[in-house]
Unconditional design. Sequence first.
Length: 287
Amino acid sequence: MSAAPQAEDEQVKLWNGAAGRAWVETRDVLERMFKPLEELLVRAVADAAAGHVLDVGCGTGATTFAVARVLGPQGHCTGIDISEPMIAAARARAAREGLPAGFICADAQTHSFAPASFDIIISRLGVMFFADPVLAFANLRRAARPGAALRFIAWRGAVENPFMTTAERAAKPLLPDLPARRPDAPGQFGFADRERVARILEDSGWGAIAIEPVDIALRFPASELTRYVSWLGPVGTMLHGMEEPRRTQVIETVRGAFDRYIHGSEIRFNAACWMVAARAPAEAAHG
């Protein structure tokens, strides 16, 4: 199996397994934590005066719903994600709230979108997981209307985001089999290299590329820290099914490593991200 199909298969297994279930179980924490990122994308949609929006890697749909509220009945926001558990949660919420939002469970890298059907394509931390990012962004560009905007937020590097690797560093002595982060591989920090992101977009047919660093203060209740470390990230994945007392030992060790991020009743940290903008060609492209 070549590297790209193997990576794609790994992502399908991950997001339809432990990682997908973890995001569903903790979606209230994550939605609150990532609210400032969502607001950046909602403003981008409002500024673009878009009617039809695609939200890539939409997860349980928080950003999709926020955009749908701004669009109102005259517009529509479609969320796409590879994770069946997360899309199921999003569809259930859509049925409850009756917002102009729809959801597709598919890989945005290869899904057959209607050509030239979206005014703006957005993503909140959802585009770093493609097995073949050039193929993926070329597919998204074909789904964009001529002149349509692309706006997405992606993490910068792990060094600039120490909060995100705190659990791994703390747990490593207890969990020596924790998987190592692979630079440029599909994953949370897969778009850390600014020049690589620019090349991906250029090679997939996007123009007017602008990649700007943004540093955003994020927070969530300190009372949710145990749930956060128990479910999310590589450590959370390894904790699933781990027997006691080892599981409790790992959780207590990891919790202590987050002390410097506790400010009163909140966990506070800085998210070092890229805010990426690009534009589809003014004339429809078919390549």
